[in-house]
Structures are given as structure tokens and as C-alpha cells.
Design a protein around this ligand. Sequence first.
Ligand code: FMN
Length: 344
Amino acid sequence: MVFETNITKMLGIKHPIVAAPMGPFYTTKLAVAVSEAGGLGVISHTNMYGKDSFKQMKEDMTYIVEHTDKPFGFNIRTGRMQLDAQNLCRNVPKFIMNNPKIKEQCVYVITSAGSSKLIYTKPFQRLRESGSNIKHFHVAPALWLADKCVATGVDGMVITGGEGGGHQSYEKVSSLVLLQQVRQKHPDMPIIACGGFATGEGLAAALSMGAGAIAMGSRFIASKESEFHPDYKDIVPPARAQDTVLVTGFLGPIRLWKNKYAAHHGLVASKEEKMAEEQGLSLQQVLEEGKYYEMIYDGNMDDGAVLLGQSIGIMKSIRSVSEIINTIVSDAEKCLKHANTLIN
Ligand SMILES: Cc1cc2nc3c(=O)[nH]c(=O)nc-3n(C[C@H](O)[C@H](O)[C@H](O)COP(=O)(O)O)c2cc1C
């Protein structure tokens, strides 16, 4: 069974399932597994342990095309605190342009956590004009941000509701409501639904509501192939949906698993409050925030920031990526067939 949607056609993938980016962690092997299983694997924006993010991105893209011939994408976080964003927006398109196999397979750049315009550098425009099939999506976690994406001229949007893991908006609107808001206002925009999706029921709901695919983060963390520490993965099967909390992170609100780190971090109410807080920070303090992610990557689940979404309450096991994708697709088919029987 294959679902053919505007997103599967646009990105040349078999199944309407996309890996959500999960920087600063590595998701390169995970991306290979997702692309090989018929979804779209996505390289995260990462610069852990002080490594240069452009160098890392080049290595990751090279690794991907050495391990799969299928399409893939990558993320650049364009937030104002993301000091390497401009460099990546200029240099990654140049790198893609000079590598024919990467150019052929790299079909998706997803920008997030900042401006949707930053990627429109000369090298990116040149890449697009040179016959690349790359599409630009931006993460919109609120309706006003979706409006901005449309004004920018993006090819599509990742509509991410407040139940999702990791980076969030101050509005905290759920995926269910946000998806409907965006569909009402921008009915023709290609949409990937994100935040809280982990099952066939979720995929069926998203497709019924006009999205062309779902993107998942937490579900793929708890996969055999993901690079996350085994202790990180093990949090997921017994966890409950209520075991996460929103706190203020480096780029804005983030949803975390409730641990010692989360208990000692509050949530600022607005972007203005966050910007005022940033004024008091030295560059050193900003850079030090990264160590809370490195800790987790190294297996310290108490003291670091364990990014996870409420969907941890609806997955009971760590499975292979292909099992995850195939089960979601066949369960979504059952749901939609059942829904069809309700129509007289
Ligand atoms: C560990 C982790 C790291 C994340 N890092 C990023 C990131 O670097 N860039 C980004 O746009 N979103 C990031 N996110 C958000 C995800 O892309 C996605 O929106 C979220 O996982 C969706 O919710 P789900 O976890 O319920 O699937 C992260 C999420 C997690 C769980």
C-alpha cells in the first residue's frame, strides 16, 4: 500500500513520513535508515564538542550518499543566537552544487527557529537555477509564523504543534488546532504535520486534515538505528505523555523529559522576556549551554536537556526504522478504510 500525496510527489519518496531534524544531536545514520525505508531522512544541524558545523554537514552529506541512493534533506537553524547559520546558508548550497550525487539526492532543506529568508543566498538561488530539485520548507509553530513563511515564498511548511519534542513557540498551540488554522488560511500550501505524531492513527488524521506527510522526532529516537544513547532510547517505552515539560532553551521554549535539568529551568513567557534575558549573557555563557546536550549524548540522563515530546506516551517499544514506518503506513490505511465505511 502506498499513499501518494503532494509531499511524496514533490520530494520523490515512497511513504509520507519525514524525519524531523534533531540537532545538536547526530541523526546521520538515522537519516540513512529513514530514507532507505521509503521516508525522507534528514541531517540535523550539529556542532557538538566545538566541531565546525559546516565541516560536519559536509561529512554527513558525504556519508549519506555513500550509504543510500534515496532522497534526503538537511536542517539549518536560523535563530538569532545561531552564530553559524549565515555561513551554512551560503556554503552548504555551494558544496551541494559541486557534488553531483549529493545534488541529485538532496531534495529538502528545512530551516527553523529563526528567519525563513536566510537561506535565500546567492549560492542557494544558483543551486535552484542549476536544475536541483531542492525544496525549501520552514518550521511554523504558530499561525503568524506560517503567514511569514508564505510571504517569504517557501515551497512548503512544517506545521509543528506544542506537543512536539524540542524547539517550540511561545504560543503552545496544539498540532490539531494549528493544522486547521493554517489549512483555513493557506489551503494551497504543501504541509508536513509535526508534533505528537508516532502512529498510523496520527498519520491518518494528518492526511485527512490536508497535510501531505508527517514528520516525527521522538518516535525515531526510539528506533534501533538512531544515534541516541541507549539510555535516552530506554526512557521512551515506559514514559507517559505527561512526563514532559516546556522550559526556556537556548533558542526559545523547548519540550523536555522531566528530569533534574528540567526542574531547574523555568519558562519565560514571551520572546521579549527571552531577548531581555539574552542581553545579560556573555558569549561564553551562550556557548556553555551546548554542554547540557553533549552530556545527554554521552549518556548522563539526569543533568542534561533530554528533548522529547508528549508522543512518548504512545510508543511502547524501540523498533527498527523500517518496522516503524511500515506499521504506521499500514495502520493509517486501516484507519482511513474504516473511516470510509462511516460515510453513507
Ligand atoms: C532531541 C530533539 C532535538 C531537536 N532539535 C531540533 C533542531 O535542531 N531543529 C529543529 O528544527 N527542530 C528540532 N527539534 C524538533 C523536531 O524537529 C520536531 O519538531 C519534534 O521532534 C516533533 O515532535 P515529536 O517529537 O512529537 O515527533 C528537536 C526535537 C528533539 C526531540
